[in-house]
Each structure stands twice: as C-alpha cells, then as structure tokens.
Design a protein around this ligand. Structure first.
Ligand SMILES: Nc1ncnc2c1ncn2[C@@H]1O[C@H](COP(=O)(O)OP(=O)(O)OP(=O)(O)O)[C@@H](O)[C@H]1O
Ligand SMILES: [Mg+2]
Length: 405
C-alpha cells in the first residue's frame, strides 16, 4: 500500500508547524505546497528550460495533479528528511490540462503570458501556481491599478539618498520586474488592464529586448539584462477596462490564454466543497459543507451564470458575476453561520440571503432577475423535488421589504 502522502501527514512527521506560517491567514503557494515542490524537484529528471526549477512535465503534475497515482522517487534519489518516497499530488487548478501546457510552453518562449477571463475563474491562482513551480516563489508581483505609474514596472529612487549622493545603484529601488530580470524569475502583473495604456507600454521594451535601461546611471549600471528564467504572467479581467484598450504593440508581445469557468457541474461541486472546507479549516473551523447545500448552491450559480439551466430552460442572467470563487465564499459563509449561530441548523434556508449579497452589487434590476429565476426554474423543480420545494418556499426572503425595527 502506498504511504499516506497528504500535506498534513508529511508536515506532522517532519516538524512542528512554523509559528510564523501557522499565524498567517493565507500562506502563499510556496509555503502551502512546500513539501510537494521539494519532492517534485528531487525526483525531476526531465529537461528544464534555462533558469527553471522544475521541468514542464512536473509543473503540470503540480498544477493539474496526478489523478490519484503516486509519483515514486527512484531508489538513487535521496530525499530530504521526513519526505515520503512516493506522493500523489492533488489537482489545484480545475481546467483543461492542454491550457496549462500551453501556458508553460509560452513561458519558456519569447512572449509573455496573458491570462484573460471572467472574474473568479482562477487566473490569479494559476499565475501563483506557475510562478511557484517554475521560479520557487510567487512573491514578485505588481498589482495593476488606475494609479500605477511606469515606476511600478521599472524602478524608483530612494530620494533621500538620491539627493544626498546623486544617482547611483544603491539609491535605486527595484520594481518586482527588475528583480525578476536580475534573478531570472517569473513576475506576475495582476489586472494589467487597470493600468493606463501608456503605463502598460513600459512593458514593450522589457518583453522584446529583455533589457531595462536606467538612463540616470552611466556605464555598466545603466542597463539590466534579463537572466534566463525571467518572463511575465499578466492577468486581465474581462469585466474591467478591457484588453481591447491595450496597445497593439503590447498585445503582440503576449500570448493570450482564456480561462473559462469550470465546465463540469460535478467538478465545480467538488471544488467548491474542498476550497470552502479549506477556507474554514484555515480559519479554525472544522466543519463539513452540507452536501444538499452544495448541490443547490452550485446549480443555482451555474444556471444564473450561463443563462440556461440543465433542463434547457432559458433565464435572464443577472449583470453580477456568478463566479466559482463567489460560490466558494458563500458555501464557507453559510457553514460558518451554522457554527456560530446554532439556531440556524438548516443551511439551505440561509442561501437566498447570501445569493442576494452576491447578486445585488451594482444593479437593482438583478433582484427582479433572481425573482424570475425563482418563479421559473425553482418553481418548476419544486413540483418534483423536496429540496427545490424548500427553496421555493424561501422566495419571500428575496423580496424587498420595508423593515420596521
Ligand atoms: N478552475 C478553477 N480551479 C481551481 N480553483 C478555482 C477555479 N475557478 C475558481 N476557483 C476558485 O476561485 C478562487 C479565486 O480565484 P482567483 O482569485 O484566482 O480568480 P481570478 O480569475 O483571478 O479573479 P479576478 O478576475 O476577480 O481577479 C480560487 O482560489 C479557487 O478557490
Ligand atoms: Mg485575479
């Protein structure tokens, strides 16, 4: 029988949890999956692009998992103390393996990678996992905002030192991109399209020449050349200012990959269950997610997201994004409410209230769309299914009421 290889079991065999990590709300991927990364690096004998810490094949294993099969360390490999000889890696990103392979191939080439898609489709998560597997760290990240300037992409100055001693390398404050170029690591740019197009264009020469000029410094210090391993992973959300506003010159320097919502309902249910459970565990609550709640929650999210139910009934989609990420948050919140308020034992009864919280973000008409969903698919299903009947009975929770306190 293969040795048990979950993170929990290996962590407890190895050492007491690091108090710094244990007190963090959300440890980065490189800490969360440290055992897996160490194991994969130790057994990796496939060819790697220059500057990469893992081969493309092992990067896919890390992100898409090994489908229950254990990877076995050859007898000749000596593993660090406490690491098991074989390990089954769980899937972290649920999506087409071919997409992940294309992302990896892009990163080994001359262009940057741009992940585009609806909010909450795991674009940032995929970027974090790729940088962790390939460069060993996901920390080199620039957050794109409307207020970002070219300095965020290039470099800034320590002004006290600059005024005191003039421009010199020690006075330079490197951006994550400059650091990634020097050290040969991947750098993430989150929400690139939230930056002004003229600011984004600072990336053109970085991507094409792989060199960053520092005109204030003379001689050798005046340029930073990218070491092997450096590349960019940018994400862009289709709901924000669109990629259509990116300059054509910059678009040509990125390969675009669209990340779609999870195709299979069963996979989405399983993901919502496991991610919500993990969120609760990280916040100190050890509670399972109710199976009926999961079923009805994911079905409702998928119906409203797609504008069409599994039965083929058309519905009007709300303007709000019904993402998997939102579904995870709702599943965790409802379960948490059941833990903290013991009188609320029926998790399904809490769903309409949370759904309103997701739907009523910026468009009041979305309430009517939700009510129409109740009067259509929910009512029809309630005729033959007790759970949907219960949902239908909760319709009044969606109506606007004048509250008297
Ligand atoms: N296909 C998927 N595989 C794994 N997790 C997913 C998937 N889709 C959504 N999730 C869940 O959604 C969470 C949020 O994803 P993430 O923040 O990476 O989305 P995003 O696409 O970057 O969203 P935004 O556009 O709002 O920044 C993930 O941590 C994960 O729990
Ligand atoms: Mg994101």
């Amino acid at each position: 029988m293969p040795k048990k290889t979950t993170k929990r079991s290996t962590a407890t065999q190895r050492k007491e949890p690091d108090p710094i990590i244990a007190t963090r709300q959300q440890p980065p991927a490189e800490e969360r999956y440290a055992d897996q990364i160490t194991f994969l690096r130790a057994i990796d004998s496939s060819p790697k692009p220059a500057g990469w810490l893992l081969s493309p094949e092992r990067v896919v294993d890390f992100i898409c998992g090994t489908h229950g099969e254990s990877l076995r360390a050859p007898a000749s490999v000596s593993l660090p103390d406490g690491l098991p000889k074989s390990m089954a890696i769980e899937a972290k990103f649920v999506g087409p393996r071919a997409l992940v392979e294309r992302c990896i191939v892009t990163l080994a080439g001359e262009r940057g990678l741009l992940l585009v898609g609806q909010p909450g489709t795991a674009k940032s998560m995929l970027g974090e996992l790729l940088t962790t597997a390939i460069s060993g760290s996901s920390a080199l990240t620039v957050q794109g905002t409307a207020g970002a300037s070219e300095d965020h992409f290039r470099y800034g100055w320590n002004y006290a030192m600059l005024l005191d001693k003039g421009p010199r390398p020690e006075a330079l404050v490197a951006s994550p991109i400059m650091t990634g170029m020097k050290t040969g690591k991947l750098v993430r740019i989150e929400e690139i399209t939230r930056c002004l197009p003229e600011v984004q264009d600072a990336l053109i020469s970085i991507l094409s020449e792989r060199r960053l000029m520092i005109p204030e410094l003379e001689g050798e210090g005046g340029s930073v050349f990218a070491a092997p391993g450096f590349n960019l992973i940018a994400t862009a959300n289709l709901r924000d200012r669109g990629v259509s506003e990116m300059s054509a010159a910059l678009k040509r320097r990125f390969n675009f990959e669209t990340v779609h919502p999870i195709a299979e309902a069963a996979q989405e249910v399983e993901l919502v269950r496991s991610r919500a459970k993990a969120m609760l565990t990280e916040s100190g609550t050890h509670e399972e997610i109710d199976a009926k709640l999961l079923d009805i929650l994911v079905t409702t999210f998928r119906d409203l997201r797609e504008g069409r139910t599994e039965e083929g009934w058309s519905i009007e989609r709300p303007a709000a994004v019904m993402s998997t990420a939102e579904a995870v948050t709702v599943a965790a919140a409802i379960t948490r409410q059941g833990v903290y308020f013991s009188s609320r034992k029926d998790p399904v009864s809490l769903l309409p209230g949370y759904l309103l919280g997701v739907v009523l973000k910026d468009n009041q008409e979305d309430r009517d769309r939700l009510l129409a969903y109740w009067d259509g698919p929910v009512r029809r299903r309630s005729e033959s299914n007790a759970l949907w009947k219960r949902m239908y009975q909760l319709r009044e929770n969606l109506e606007e009421v004048d509250q008297d306190f």
